[in-house]
Design a protein around this ligand. Structure first.
Ligand SMILES: Cc1cc2nc3c(=O)[nH]c(=O)nc-3n(C[C@H](O)[C@H](O)[C@H](O)COP(=O)(O)O)c2cc1C
Length: 206
């Protein structure tokens, strides 16, 4: 493991999205990866966001209206909605390293994580359109995604999570992404042990 004591302190953002709290395997492994990053970057500041405990409001009509209303005309409720999104954006803007813990729910990412991306994708702030097409503005970050899955879908057409996250993160400017897979976690105790071990081996190799 590299240890560069001369580097400026990093900010690590850990975003977990399981609804299973302490039983979550994606959160467990994402935390282990984060511990490793903290050892690699002594003095790093850690920000933790647990979307399972603090869900982001879905982008409903009220939220869209709040975002499209001019700041000086917003109601207190609309200001609160926009402020919530602003805080999430500021958090990821400040991060050098971002770790996502992502369970597979019904072949996709948890709704909480989708709501998170809906909140942070803001034109002119986290992405913009140029004459050459879209440009992500959350650049220069290293991103790690840790998947936990009951079954085995890596590299198959049923893995819609990896392309979705690659597209979404890339659209926002985060193109340096490493994926870690812990699969087969609900296929019996042996498969679970093997799946966790595979995830941990991948983390150790990062
Ligand atoms: C609501 C729900 C939906 C799930 N859907 C899938 C699925 O589509 N494919 C799969 O392989 N596992 C599925 N699982 C199993 C989880 O991916 C697996 O238990 C994983 O460990 C969950 O991550 P977590 O431990 O971080 O919560 C589902 C679990 C739940 C609770």
């Amino acid at each position: 493991m590299r240890l560069d004591l001369n580097e400026t302190p990093k900010t690590i953002l850990l975003i977990t999205s399981s609804a299973r709290g302490a039983a979550s395997k994606s959160s467990l492994l994402a935390r282990e990866l984060t511990d490793r990053l903290q050892r690699r970057h002594p003095g790093a500041r850690l920000i933790q966001r647990d979307l399972g405990i603090q869900p982001v409001r879905v982008l409903d009509m009220e939220a869209l209206e709040a975002l499209s209303t001019r700041p000086e005309q917003r109601t207190p409720e609309q200001r609160a909605i926009v402020a919530g999104h602003d805080a999430l954006i500021a958090e990821i803007q400040a991060a050098d390293l971002v770790v996502f813990g992502v369970p597979m729910y019904n072949f996709s990412v948890p709704a909480q994580l989708k709501a998170y991306f809906d909140a942070i994708a803001r034109a002119g702030v986290t992405f913009r359109y140029t004459a050459k097409g879209p440009e992500g503005l959350l650049q220069g970050k290293k991103v790690y995604v840790v998947f936990a899955r009951g079954g085995m879908y890596r590299g198959t057409p049923l893995d819609s999570q990896t392309p979705y996250l690659q597209t979404m993160l890339g659209f926002l400017g985060m193109t340096d992404v490493e994926f870690v897979f812990a699969e087969g976690l609900d296929m019996g105790p042996e498969a679970q042990q093997a799946g966790l071990a595979a995830g941990r081996m991948a983390i150790a190799a990062l």
